[in-house]
Ligand binder design. Structure first.
Ligand code: F6P
Ligand code: MG
Length: 437
């Protein structure tokens, strides 16, 4: 395989991320904790104040380590994933020839970016009583509220479809599947790490926007995804399970829930397993709390169709038709081709699914190992044996890795729009699995 995307070269997006975006995110985290000072005092008294001060000093030191290219330090909080992080670091130190070599600007991009989020969490976990605090909660909830009109439009669309369910032909079912798959794809634009925590919500009607966005889908394997879902083998009475490896909370999560509801309501799936993160990650990624919160908010909405959707979602969870899962592997820097060895239990679980949807850019980077692949290499090749089940990546491009393009396509885009790989303007629906008719 090609080498990992390593820092520098200067001015690459990896370099800009560590130089500018990560310190900005850390500054916002520090500010959030500082602004929560009175709340901590009200809840925990003097101890809350002390914890706030200590967490801020830990995070300021972390920001300084990033900005001055200090060595990457071993984690010290003694929690369950520490060994795996520290062993990973030691492996990189060996590869790079000695301890001093592994620093913030001289490491694989994927590793340092993941490591920063784990260190933020260390600052919180080491400081009870504020150790349950989600430093990104404010942004996630705000982005959900700012996408309210788009959420209403989407839930109304879904509930109207369900109302006329029996009148829907197979072609209409297919058309609507394609639409909701694309809505879920473009929902991935709304992540808060690309915007370094700045507001980034959905303002337009997500369905009406689709025709204008279609030209920006560089690889579109939707037909194969449909074939995998409707293959006769899967329609057996044993049922069909779709797993969704979630990415961001806020509007993107709404689009995933709507897609999952559509799959179940129209018997394209009998079960949906959602996979989220076990601690706050990449600013806007979904945790169990975010997942429950969004469903509660949707149920309580002051809009008939939106609240109807929320009530249905709650019921799916109660009936076990939907379930939420997290696993420490999702918050580690490993590429997915290592999952069978590093997290065999998770790999075995994904094997039980008939289809696994991987949302977002970070999951794409982990699927491809964040390597410097040629644009035309097959998606199948870069997965390097990671094939628990038929799988599909729904991703808007925000990092310098892209495979499966036509000859010349990547080069043409690079000459026309230098930032095409990182602007979030382009997207892919990329499938791997048996190619069924
Ligand atoms: O490209 C910027 C970036 O922060 C990447 O480092 C990361 O992979 C991505 O954005 C997160 O985006 P998503 O939420 O789609 O995974
Ligand atoms: Mg994300």
């Amino acid at each position: 395989p090609k080498s990992e995307l390593v820092l520098p070269p200067s001015m690459s997006f990896a370099y800009l991320t560590v130089k500018d975006r990560m310190p900005t995110i850390l500054t916002k985290v520090i500010d959030t904790i500082h602004r929560s000072k009175n709340k901590f005092f009200e809840e925990y008294g003097e101890e809350g104040f002390e914890a706030e001060k200590k967490a801020i000093s830990f995070l300021s030191k972390l920001r300084n380590e990033v900005q001055t290219d200090k060595p990457i330090l071993e984690l010290t909080d003694g929690l369950r994933d520490v060994d795996s992080w520290n062993q990973y670091l030691q492996r990189h130190q060996t590869v790079q020839g000695g301890k001093e070599a592994v620093s913030w600007f001289k490491s694989p991009w994927l590793y340092v970016e993941c490591y920063m989020y784990r260190r933020i969490q260390e600052a919180i976990w080491l400081n009870p009583p504020i150790n349950e605090f989600d430093v990104f909660n404010e942004g996630k909830t705000q982005s959900f509220f700012e996408s309210q009109q788009a959420t209403i439009a989407l839930c109304t669309y879904l509930e109207t479809l369900k109302k006329d369910k029996d009148g829907l032909s197979k072609n209409q079912l297919f058309d609507n599947f394609i639409k909701l798959l694309q809505v879920s794809l473009w929902g991935n634009k709304c992540d808060l790490s690309i915007s370094a925590g700045q507001e980034n919500s959905q303002k337009d009607s997500p369905i009406e926007a689709l025709p204008n966005l279609k030209p920006f889908i560089l690889v579109n394997d939707s037909d194969m995804v449909w074939a995998a879902l409707t293959a006769s083998k899967c329609t057996a009475v044993s049922g069909k399970r779709v797993d969704i490896v979630l990415d961001n909370a806020g509007f993107e999560l709404v689009t995933d829930l709507v897609l999952a509801d559509f799959l179940v309501s129209f018997s394209l799936a009998s079960e949906v397993h959602f996979h989220g993160k076990s601690f706050p990650w990449f600013v806007s990624d979904v945790t169990a709390k975010d997942f429950e919160w969004i469903i509660r908010q949707t149920m309580a909405a002051n809009h008939m169709w939106m609240s109807k959707s929320g009530v249905q979602w709650k019921q799916y969870l109660k009936d076990g038709v939907w379930s939420y899962h997290d696993h420490p592997f999702w918050t580690q820097p490993h590429e997915f081709c290592d999952m069978a060895v590093d997290a065999p239990d998770l790999y075995a679980k994904l094997k039980e699914a008939n289809l696994v949807l991987f949302k977002g850019d970070l999951n794409y980077r982990k699927l491809t190992g964040d390597r410097d692949w040629d644009f035309t290499v097959d998606f199948d090749t870069v997965l390097r044996g990671f094939e628990p089940s038929p799988l599909c990546s729904l991703r808007t491009l925000k990092a310098n890795v892209q495979v499966g393009l036509q000859p010349g396509q990547g080069e043409k885009l690079s000459s026309q729009e230098p930032n095409w790989m990182t602007s979030g303007k382009y997207a892919v629906i990329q499938f791997h699995g048996p190619h069924l008719e």
